[in-house]
Structures are given as C-alpha cells and as structure tokens.
Design a protein around this ligand. Structure first.
Ligand SMILES: Nc1ncnc2c1ncn2[C@@H]1O[C@H](COP(=O)(O)OP(=O)(O)OP(=O)(O)O)[C@@H](O)[C@H]1O
Ligand SMILES: [Mg+2]
Length: 366
C-alpha cells in the first residue's frame, strides 16, 4: 500500500481451470503496463482428471494451492473464467431507456424465452455494447451509414452471459480451498480478447484448440458476438494415436507433438484430418451465423487468431489458412506484457496454453 493510502492491489493472479489443467499467471500493474511476476501450470493425465476438475472442487482447490506455491505466487487477488462450454451467451436488442434499472426486467423476460435454465437458477451478467464509446464512433460514421444508424438508434444492444448457480458455486469452493480471494468471474472470451486482440476494432475469430474442447469466438469491436464450443481437441488426437498405432498414452502424446518435426510434405498429417474437418465445418457455420446476425455491423471475419495448446499441432495454421483462404496465425498473449528476455523461448512455447490466464490477470488493468 502506498503512503497516500491506495489500497488497490497492484498484482493480480489469473487462474484458468481447464478440463484437466490448471494455469496461473501473476501480473503486476506498472502504470498501466503489465509485468510478468510469475506463472505456473499443472496438467493431469486424462485418467487422473476423470470427468474434469470441476467434479472434484476440493481436489482442484488443493492442486491450485500447490501450483501457486510452486510458482511463488505472492498475491491472493485472483480472477478466473467460466468455461465457455458452460456459459450461455446471447446478444439482445432492447428498447432504449434512460433508466438503467428499467432494463433488468426486460433482460430477464428475454432470457426466460432463450436460456436453457430458469433465470432463477442462473447467475447472469449484462454488458452494454452501445455505451458512450459507441456514441463516439457513431460521430465518425459516413453518410451512407446514417440510415443504418437511425434504425439502430431505437434500441440498445446488450450482451448477456449466464451460467448455472450450481456451477459457479464450484468455482467459489475451489478458490476457498486454495485460500485465494476470488475478485471476479469472467468469461474465457473476454480474457482471450484482452490477451490476443487488445484494441483492434475489426471482426476477428479466436479459435481456442484445447485438450478436450475447441472454443470459437467471433469478436466485433471487442465484443464476442458468436461463442461456440465443441467437444473435440488435442486429447481426441492422442486417443486416436493410442488406438491406431497401439501406443501407450505417454508415447502417443510425444508422437503427436513430434508430428510437426517429422515434417511430411508440409501438408496436414492424415491422423489430424478427422479432427480438423469438423472444426472447419464449425468455423464455416460460425461465419454464417455471424454474417446473418441482425445486430452486427462488419459481417465478414477478416482473420483467425489461434490459441490453446493444440494450436501447436503440425501444420494446423497453414491448413486452416489454405482451406478457408484467409489470414490465420497463432496469437501471442505476451505481446502486451513486459518479461525478462531470457524467458522468451519458454514463454513462446507455453503461450497458447496460458492465453486465458494472461487475459484474466490483465482484467484489472483496463
Ligand atoms: N507442442 C504441442 N504439439 C501438439 N499438441 C500440444 C503441444 N503442446 C500441448 N499440446 C496439446 O494441447 C492440449 C492442452 O492445451 P490447453 O492447455 O490449451 O488445454 P486446456 O485448456 O487444458 O483444455 P480445455 O480448454 O479443453 O479444457 C493437450 O491436448 C496437449 O496435448
Ligand atoms: Mg483452455
């Protein structure tokens, strides 16, 4: 705490709890710039993870405490994100009103029609899309856009996210066990936007290729308009290699990582086709959804930023780029972070896995 009494902590811990992994990143806020203090992660072999860490909150909490201890984490101020696959999210267009309180019942009424659970069983969070910033941008619009603007003036767009109270309770339990002070629960989409997109106002897809899941988000002007999650990921590939090549789990994992090194002719290894095909279909479907959404403006996605550990799979960026005929590249979550030069090689390797945790630790710096 400074002499002048600001009690606001200056370092924050981002905690990403995945299907079978825990990752933490501690960042210090140095006059608005993020400095890496420490990081740590733990990955459980599939047989130990069972149905996922969330089904064992106590165990997950103990493991989280262990990861923090080993990494030498100093702060107890933590942020986390709900897994995209457990989050319901929608964009609503609501009539403009001067009284912010008047909007809540309207949101609940709309949610009652759309959400998979009764509103009373969910924790929801609303983000106004057309805030003051939106007004600034409207001023810069060209004349052709004026007609569209007039139509849009009648309503305000609200992003609503929600999750089951019972699920949120599990996060609270995990952090209590780990003796961390959970400051906020975010979504993976917003964490990834902070870590990988920053202030870019374009229409961008973030494709997060994880172990059990692949998440995709289409972000327009910093807001996720499309969020989808499918049960396919790096573990699907490992499993196929175990079955087809009769390898042990450990050997299959190593062989998978070596696919890129083994080379081939620069094209996607055959073993990856069955997982990449459905992902490509899902990407195309998401593009269509986005283009047809009434509430969006840009309509055409300009590039795909890859993240997640499985974005390291051999030739995946090139394959997606050729198949979809667009710019596809791996994002760098450390790009907006100050860190010691000698860590550069390690950080580059683990970057795709740490992106959510980095974005969470950045939350209070905005
Ligand atoms: N160099 C590599 N080459 C290929 N795959 C890799 C490499 N490094 C990590 N992976 C894979 O990345 C996956 C882990 O990625 P990540 O940490 O993003 O997933 P997760 O967040 O734990 O999972 P999920 O988001 O599905 O819950 C594992 O399947 C792992 O095998
Ligand atoms: Mg993940």
């Amino acid at each position: 705490m400074g002499i002048f009494g600001s009690s606001k902590p200056t370092t924050f811990l981002g905690v990403d709890i995945g299907g079978s992994s825990i990752k933490v990143v501690e960042l210090a806020n140095e006059k608005g710039r993020a400095r890496l203090m420490t990081y740590g992660y733990l990955e459980l072999p599939p047989q130990e993870a069972g149905d996922g860490l969330f089904d064992q909150p106590k165990k997950a909490g103990e493991l989280l405490a262990q990861v923090c201890k080993e990494a030498g984490v100093k702060t107890t101020q933590a942020m986390t994100a709900l897994q995209a696959s457990s989050v319901f999210s929608t964009i609503l267009a609501l009539p403009k009103t001067k009284d912010p309180k008047a909007i809540k019942p309207l949101i609940d009424a709309e949610l009652g029609k759309l959400a998979p659970l009764p509103v009373s069983e969910m924790i929801t969070y609303s983000t106004m899309i057309d805030g003051e910033k939106g007004k600034e941008e409207e001023k810069k619009r060209s004349k052709e856009e004026e007609g569209v603007k007039k139509e849009k003036d009648k309503y305000t767009r609200v992003l609503v996210t929600g999750a089951a109270k019972t699920f949120v309770q599990k996060y609270i339990e995990i952090f209590k066990t780990a003796k961390l002070n959970l400051q906020a629960i975010d979504t993976e989409s917003f964490a990834l936007i902070r870590a990988l997109i920053g202030k870019d106002r374009g229409a961008i897809m973030i494709l997060d290729l994880g172990s059990k899941r692949t998440n995709l988000f289409i972000v327009e002007k910093g807001i996720p308009f499309v969020s989808r999650s499918i049960n396919l990921g790096g573990d699907t590939v490992t499993k196929r290699m175990v079955e087809q090549m009769q390898l042990s789990e450990g050997d299959a994992e190593r062989a998978k990582r070596d696919l890129g090194i083994a080379g081939g002719n620069g094209s996607l290894p055959k073993i990856l086709e069955p997982i990449m095909q459905p992902i490509v279909n899902e990407i195309r479907f998401a593009f269509q959804l986005y283009a047809n959404m009434e509430l969006t403006e840009i309509k055409r996605v300009e590039k795909i930023i890859l993240t997640g550990g499985s974005s390291h799979l051999a030739h995946v960026p090139e394959y997606l780029s050729e198949t979809l005929n667009m710019n596809v590249y791996r994002g760098d979550p450390w790009a907006r972070v100050v860190y010691p030069k000698d860590l550069a090689v390690v950080l580059e390797e683990i970057g795709p896995r740490m992106a959510v945790a980095v974005g969470l630790a950045m939350r209070e710096m905005e």
